[in-house]
Design a protein. Structure first.
Length: 216
């Protein structure tokens, strides 16, 4: 608490949109960010996940900036804000477990946290980190779409230290941005193979421009 107080004194919070003090996103700017269509959900008939919940569009400059601040500047409070907002959108009682999309341990060490895990905690669904990323892959932003698909082939697996029965369970898979769906669908395929009855997804932003892939 003392450390956070000192950090707030040295680097005071200000809204990323209007620069208002004491809040990373003021209530007015949140309305600008969180503007999904179709009430914040899409059905993805050709994907391994069934339904996708999201707060807004990645093309929103402010939302993109907020996601970047969360991931690369370590503003974890934004992850809590995003997670609580998702909780108001997602029918959390429909799911047995929430599963964050994993980071490779090398990237986790570089960043210090997994933003998907922070989002998952805020959803108040039993969290089961059953997936692990076994291969350190290049940043997806540097790859064309066909190469992204190959880049993620076989990079996810089950964490042998997590012992839980997934048969006939309904799970919610959580990530920060959905673009091509390669990452989330690769994870969903593993979960379905483990016997999950349903795998849906929840993200902060839906990226309509598949040529713009956020860096992990």
């Amino acid at each position: 608490m003392l450390l956070q107080f000192l950090l707030d004194c040295i680097f005071p919070k200000h809204c990323l949109g209007c620069r208002q003090w004491d809040n990373w996103l003021c209530p007015t700017c949140r309305q600008t960010c969180f503007t999904p269509d179709r009430r914040g959900k899409r059905t993805l008939p050709h994907a391994s996940i069934g339904r996708l919940y999201y707060l807004g569009h990645y093309q929103s400059t402010l939302l993109k900036q907020a996601i970047s601040a969360m991931k690369y500047d370590g503003v974890k409070e934004l992850a809590t804000l995003f997670g609580e907002k998702l909780r108001s959108l997602v029918p959390v009682h429909d799911y047995n477990y929430v599963i964050p999309v994993p980071l490779h341990r090398r990237r986790l060490c570089e960043r210090g946290f997994n933003q998907s895990t922070l989002l998952s905690v805020a959803l108040d669904i039993p969290l089961v980190p059953i997936l692990q990323r076994t291969v350190y892959t290049p940043a997806q932003a540097k790859l064309e779409r066909i190469k992204r698909l190959a880049n993620l082939t076989g990079v996810f697996n089950y964490d042998p230290t997590v012992d839980i029965e997934l048969s006939n369970s309904s799970v919610l898979l959580v990530d920060d941005v959905y673009t091509t769906g390669t990452t989330m669908n690769s994870c969903a395929q593993l979960l379905l193979a483990a016997g999950c009855r349903k795998v849906d997804g929840a993200v902060i932003a839906f990226n309509d421009d598949q040529s713009e892939q956020p860096i992990e």
